[in-house]
Design a protein around this ligand. Structure first.
Ligand code: MG
Length: 328
């Protein structure tokens, strides 16, 4: 039997992260997983109850009774990958293909011309913009990003309607629309309405992924799958992309730096194994939060992760020093 220990943490957002969050502190827990073979690995559990996940308390309570949630299954799967790398004395950087990440903007007020020049100088080529809160200012931001020759990923987080989405898209100029790589979760999932939306622009599916009736799908009403290793079966997602001829992007779950590193590791592994499917990733989300001892150890170089301190997903010293609470 595996042995589980956990350590609750709090992340402090620098700003409201998306249209469903308020900017309040976010809780999650790190897990230490020990296998009977002596291997030890670490991973994150960071529920978004706003997006329908069970709360941390509920998932930990379930674990005490031997119930493993879908998210916790992923936590253990990722911890196993970490454990095997640690055992081999390697980091994930030696186990995959280099992956470029988009630059995440949670607040459109940040999009001023000089700022975009700086983002470009750092080496980023794509901006991901969380939209749906102030469509007028967001349209202005898109004009500026397109003028700066940066690709754009828009995320409505499933809010709004077909009508607001259609109006928003048709109000953009053809040049602006050409810079949009895709629109994620434009409005609540509806197969027919999404198929219509797909005629206007490339559509990516994120949160409603589990609602899709994959077994009875003839043609997917979207073009791209957002793979979140924190809560999705990655191999199954890749299989579905191949079956329905879709592209994929791996993103973090706006979680702890441990979750960010795991997402990066999966992004690199997917790119190595399926180069024709994988688009740039969206894992560098740790900067949405105030810096802590973990994010301070993340060594990034523009859109890339440049180094890892320690083995596996890193943070050896920090993880080793945490006051772990045993679960079983
Ligand atoms: Mg999303």
């Amino acid at each position: 039997m595996i042995k589980l220990s956990f350590h609750p943490y709090v992340l402090k957002p620098l700003t409201s992260l998306n249209s469903v969050s308020t900017g309040a502190s976010r809780s999650g827990a790190l897990f230490k997983v020990e296998w009977p073979d002596g291997n030890i690995g670490y991973a994150d559990l960071h529920p978004w109850t706003e997006l329908g996940d069970d709360s941390l308390e509920k998932q930990i309570e379930g674990l005490r009774k031997g119930k493993i949630s879908r998210m916790m299954e992923q936590t253990i799967w990722l911890a196993r990958k970490d454990a095997l790398l640690r055992k081999a004395g390697k980091t994930f950087l030696t186990a995959g293909e280099k992956v470029r990440n988009n630059f995440l903007v949670s607040n459109v007020d940040e999009i001023i011309p000089g700022y975009l020049d700086d983002v470009k100088r750092q080496g980023f080529s794509t901006i991901k913009l969380k939209v749906g809160r102030n469509l007028k200012d967001e349209a202005t931001a898109i004009t500026r990003i397109a003028a700066a020759d940066l690709k754009i990923r828009l995320d409505f987080n499933g809010l709004g309607s077909w009508q607001t989405f259609e109006k928003f898209m048709t109000n953009l100029s053809p040049n602006e629309r050409a810079w949009i790589e895709y629109v994620e979760d434009p409005f609540p999932y509806d197969k027919a309405a999404w198929a219509e939306a797909k005629k206007l622009i490339k559509i990516a599916i994120d949160a409603p992924y589990a609602k899709v009736d994959w077994d009875n799908l003839q043609k997917a009403p979207f073009d791209i799958v957002v793979i979140k290793p924190a809560k999705m079966d990655v191999d199954q997602a890749i299989e579905r992309c191949m079956k329905f001829n879709l592209k994929a992007t791996v993103t973090s779950y706006m979680d702890h730096p441990v979750g960010v590193m795991h997402a990066l590791a999966i992004a690199m592994e997917c790119k190595q194994n399926h180069p024709s499917i994988m688009l740039d990733a969206g894992c560098l989300t740790h900067r949405c939060y105030q810096m802590d001892s973990f994010s301070a150890e993340m060594n990034t170089q523009g859109p890339f992760i440049a180094g890892v301190k320690g083995k596996g997903i890193g943070f050896d010293r920090l993880l080793g020093a945490l006051p772990w609470q045993s679960l079983n």
